[in-house]
Design a protein around this ligand. Sequence first.
Ligand code: SF4
Length: 491
Amino acid sequence: RGLLFNDFSPFFITFFSYLGIKTIVSDETNRKIINRGLEIVPAEYCFPIKVAYGHVDNLLKKDVDYIFIPHIANTGEPTRGYKYCVTCLWTQSTPDLMKSAPKLVKEGLNLKNLLSPSLFFDWGLNHIEDQMKKTVAKMGYSTKNVRAALQEGLVNKKKFDKKIEEKTKEAFNSIQEKCKKNEPTFLVMARPYTAYDANVNNDIVNKILDAGYLAIPLEFAPIGSIDISKQMPKMYWIEGQKKLAAIELLNANKNLFGIDITYFACGPDAQINQQMRCRTQKPFLTVEMDEHTGDAGIDTRLQAFFNTVKSYLGIEAKQISKVFNVKLKGLDKIKGKKILFIPPMSKHNHALSAVFNAYKIQSRVLEVSPDETMERARSCTCGLVCTPYLHTTEAMLNFIQKPGFDQEKFAFFQAATDCGPCRLGQYASLESLLFQKKGIDVDIITGGELDSEFNLGMSLLVKVWYGITAVDQLEKMRMHTRPYEVNKGTS
Ligand code: SF4
């Protein structure tokens, strides 16, 4: 019952039943499962991942023959104007995380009983069929009816989605009713594996209901048609897309307020939450949880937020906070006009800079900021963003405060992918938003797919690749000679 179970169980349980394979699910999350997860987890992951360890342990104790944990890289065809809808890195790699836990291996998890096909739901049914055939064959069943079973699973998933759509309409009507009475409604912005699991979300939904308010989960929010891919173009995580669309819904509905649930050490949310804050125009609550979060803390925060919302509605406050859009540009926009500075991520950036110069794009590598505490970057960043993000942003801010800095003459390069799933692909977006908030109007140049406006060009990329491998070789030679003295006996 962990992670993507709520999204995909209508599909997979139907699939296995059609083939005559009995499915058993782990127990509902309880204190025992949580505690076992905490005992088993071999590294500091987020709370939902820790709970997932407990669920796998629970299944092993049920003496099952196989444990099915697919690698789910994305959730299907992208919507809302985006080209990708990927899941978080840890969700994608859950089977590997489980395999790497010695305590689960001791309990009996092994390569024979773990079924973990790699599924890209946007690659079409043939790909899913191919992967599921291998899974079914591994269990010793005939693969003849796999296609039909998948189709049956899809029909059931569509029925499930249809029910959610109906609920969405009900939810929207409720919001309108509350609006007429000037009463608040709260949108619980949480992923399905946390929103519907009271033991993972500290029962926050019931706390809102007990206080006499209506709480609507993100799945039931009418956000399907909200397209903000132009304003926030590089958001590849499906849950990030939903949360950003939900912010637009909050802004458009006076009586609807967001309660965002996030978890300590959640990589995507460290980026998504800050992007949400650059777009929200009304009071908004973020609750960060982990296994140490207690009821009292949640109650206090909720009560304070309810009071804020009441005053907000009481005085009919008008929002004036500025909304920011991510502004990124392709290389062609600055070629021959500006000097491009590349943050000091690694020595390979010197190769990248050399290639840019060869292509008549004036370029330099930024110097590392002398401030090891990275105070400038930290002062405009909240949440647990990763250190390379702080390091590169700090180098940019250090350069900006120098006397000769001129935004008409200089631009920054920040690498970004279109499909994630790592946080690196969000650096450029977040830097763009934060610089705008600080009143710095500097161009951020980024890369992207060949058919996108951020396309760097195949020939340039090939040269960059040569440069990167050359730097690798030089680095290898340096490591080879470094342990030895230049002049014997002088060190
Ligand atoms: S999205 Fe965040 S909370 Fe969910 S599994 Fe990934 S890191 Fe954990």
